[in-house]
Design a protein around this ligand. Structure first.
Ligand SMILES: [Zn+2]
Ligand SMILES: [Zn+2]
Length: 239
């Protein structure tokens, strides 16, 4: 059994800089403190999502706070998986963040069918700075979970259990069924997962209840959850 309070960092969150999110870094950190988190990861959307920050955002992160209210702040990026299997952020900027999350977003991706979608995600997993695939749960862009999980294992990438998906199931087609299938395969092949809020507002930071409920429902081994300690997560991303 895993309890939400055992998830010590929330590495997938967005601030005002993403253009369709509503908190500042400080407000997000304050919320993380209230939730009792040890660390918070800010992962703004890379180009491709309308209204998100220009890549210049990533060039000045040394000036951004790395500790607020006793919460360590990390800076990642959520890059888009594109239809040609590449990421929507160039190498120069990828190298400026602590970690890269790769995910399919309908705003800049056209469903290419289950085989090609899976191939595109796996192609992005091969990038050495990609450590997580966000919300691999939506049948609007279906994925082959056997291949996805095998790819995650081969390329040292975790698969996400995205709490926002579970809160807006009307938007993510068959997400509960897809997660159950994915989690059973992750357990069988010992593939790491990361639980995230994908908060777009401070109110959702550190909200992991729905994800933990699902993990417990399938009897998931918490040893495979990479964000149950900051040390563990940092080791996973080589930080
Ligand atoms: Zn996303
Ligand atoms: Zn996100």
């Amino acid at each position: 059994m895993i309890h939400p309070s055992e998830i010590r960092l929330d590495i997938h969150t967005h601030t005002l800089a993403s253009g369709h999110a509503y908190g500042t870094i400080r407000e997000m950190a304050e919320s993380a403190k209230e939730r009792g988190l040890s660390a918070l990861g800010i992962s703004e959307h890379a180009p491709g999502i309308p209204g998100t920050c220009d890549p210049i955002y990533y060039t000045n992160l040394r000036m951004a706070p790395h500790m607020l209210y006793g919460v360590e702040i990390l800076y990642g990026c959520e890059a888009n998986v594109l239809n040609d299997g590449t990421l929507s952020l160039d190498e120069k900027h990828i190298n400026l963040v602590d970690y890269v999350i790769a995910g399919i977003h309908g705003r800049c991706y056209e469903d290419a069918g289950i085989e090609k979608n899976t191939e595109n995600v796996i192609s992005c997993m091969k990038h050495p700075r990609v450590f997580l695939v966000s919300h691999p749960d939506d049948d609007h862009t279906p994925l082959d979970y056997e291949r996805l999980v095998a790819g995650a294992k081969a390329y040292h990438t975790a698969l996400e259990v995205n709490n926002s998906s579970l809160l807006k199931q009307d938007k993510r087609l068959n997400c509960v069924e897809n997660y159950k299938r994915m989690l059973r395969l992750c357990q069988e092949y010992r593939v790491p997962v990361i639980v995230s809020s994908d908060a777009h507002d401070p109110a959702y930071v550190g909200r992991f209840e729905e994800s933990c409920e699902l993990l417990n429902e399938v009897g998931f081994d918490k040893e495979l959850v990479m964000n149950t300690s900051v040390k563990r997560f940092k080791a996973f991303i080589g930080m």
